[in-house]
Design a protein around this ligand. Structure first.
Ligand code: GLN
Length: 450
């Protein structure tokens, strides 16, 4: 713990990964474990593991801000289920990591407390929204971290920062205590240095939770066992042409194609597949995600949580002032968009339509998984971009989510892992997508390649 905090002190001024550091508590907990562990042999994989947690995941007694002024002083009275599970295994919480406000964004530029910076080049964004978690792992400020992924927020920053990011199947990991953005898409997952750590951390947080009605009652396998096989023989891997089309940076294209050759050399049977509705994924996602966000964020009214505007005439005035002061511009934009697509006159044209397209997208994946076991794609159209490059143009920012969003719409597990560097020295990642609840196949494929 001391070594990690020395490192944090060195690099934080440059990268800004943490919103809250828990140095004293982590050191005290480490001391206690040192005492308790003397002569004790039975340990769990997460015991004494120095981890970081994205700041939209509730930690009892530790400020949880969602990188929003709205929750600047919010201290949850309870742990998220994932945190409770880690605590039960005596992990060490080093701190809470930066994100785009309420996990809305792809660069951490929407954080109310300043962006994080990519350790490979601090002129470039680390990705988002789990940018702080990816930076903390990449810059050796923790062993591993938790992120959340609604439309790529674990995988995209992992790719930009050269680390591994896994979004589990929807329902695999409890969302209880994850501050809701878009409830039908949100999932918590690990951001780690390698695939073995991803398997261990997923095993530690996965499983049914009666407190989350969408959590699935499916047994959790021993993910480490999935890593035993080092070849990909008899594994069919699909390459969707739609993911290698216009807009894909040639360097990223090349690196991902080289990774696909690597999979072939390991014995995978590589096949072309079709996912024709891919071009509608961004539009579909930004209707559904904003609709759900507008509903979820209605709870920040100055009464129940966090901020309340100082002086107001009456209740309505208090609501208006609190929300005007508490939310940043991107969050406001999404509440406006979401409220619009759900409004009586437009519901059928936008929200209803998006739900229908979402079903189509899911069915296309189902059909593809009749013939292949895994699907391989890029994670991002480009490597990490510069600060300000997309922040002024929300549409450009939204379009950069094209390759990650479909897995959320279809509820599928997906992993991002490093496959090279651009000439400018920035990491490039590729993505494997699997069948529901087949994280083992993802991990096996990723580990064999790694
Ligand atoms: N970049 C996407 C968005 O802004 C995804 C965010 C996420 O996965 N939390 O909505």
């Amino acid at each position: 713990v001391r070594a990690y905090f020395l490192r944090v002190a060195q690099v934080e001024p440059k990268v800004n990964a943490y919103l809250t550091q828990c140095k004293d508590a982590a050191l005290a907990q480490a001391e206690r474990l040192d005492q308790a562990l003397k002569g004790w042999r039975k340990t769990t994989p997460m015991m004494a593991m120095p981890l970081a947690v994205k700041d939209n995941i509730c930690t009892e007694g530790v400020r949880t801000t969602c990188a929003s002024r709205m929750l600047d002083t919010f201290v949850p009275p309870y742990d998220a289920t994932v945190v409770a599970k880690l605590r039960a295994q005596s992990y060490l919480l080093l701190g809470k990591t930066n994100l785009d406000e309420f996990a809305m964004g792809s660069s951490t530029e929407n954080s109310a407390f300043g962006a994080s910076r990519n350790p490979w080049n601090i002129q470039t964004v680390p990705g988002g929204s789990s940018g702080g978690s990816a930076v903390a792992v990449a810059a050796d400020e923790c062993v591993a971290a938790l992120g959340s992924d609604t439309g790529g927020s674990i995988r995209q920053p992992a790719a930009f920062c050269g680390v591994v990011g896994l979004k589990p199947t929807y329902g695999r990991v409890s969302r209880y205590g994850l501050v809701a953005f878009a409830s039908s898409l949100d999932q918590i997952g690990p951001i780690t240095k390698d695939v073995t750590d991803a398997a261990l951390l997923l095993g530690a947080i996965a499983g049914h939770d009666p407190r989350d009605s969408t959590s699935a009652n499916v047994p959790v396998p021993d993910y480490l066992k999935a890593l035993k096989r080092k070849d990909l023989k008899r594994l069919k891997v699909g390459v969707p042409a739609e993911y290698f089309a216009d807009g894909l940076d040639p360097e990223v294209d090349q690196a991902v194609r080289t990774a696909i050759e690597g999979l072939r050399e390991l014995g995978a049977d590589i096949r072309e597949i079709k996912l024709p509705t891919t071009d509608a994924a961004v539009a579909t996602y930004y209707v559904i995600a904003t609709a759900e966000a507008s509903s979820n964020l209605a709870r920040y009214d100055g009464v129940k949580f966090g901020l309340r505007a100082a002086e107001s005439k009456d209740l309505l005035d208090m609501y208006l002032k609190t929300r005007a002061e508490g939310f940043g511009p991107e969050v406001k934009r999404r509440i406006m968009l979401g409220t619009y697509v759900l409004s009586a006159g437009y519901y059928d044209a936008y929200y209803g339509k998006a739900q229908a397209v979402r079903t189509l997208i899911r069915q296309e994946f189902e059909a593809a998984f009749q013939t292949v076991d895994l699907i391989v794609t890029p994670v991002t159209p480009t490597t990490a971009f510069k600060f300000g490059e997309k922040a002024q143009d929300p549409l450009q920012m939204y379009l950069s989510d094209i390759y990650t969003i479909s897995a959320n719409l279809a509820g599928l597990p997906a992993i991002a892992l490093p496959c090279g560097f651009s000439k400018a020295g920035l990491p490039i990642g590729f993505q494997l997508i699997g069948r529901p609840f087949e994280e083992e196949t993802l991990l096996r494929g990723a580990h064999a390649y790694e």
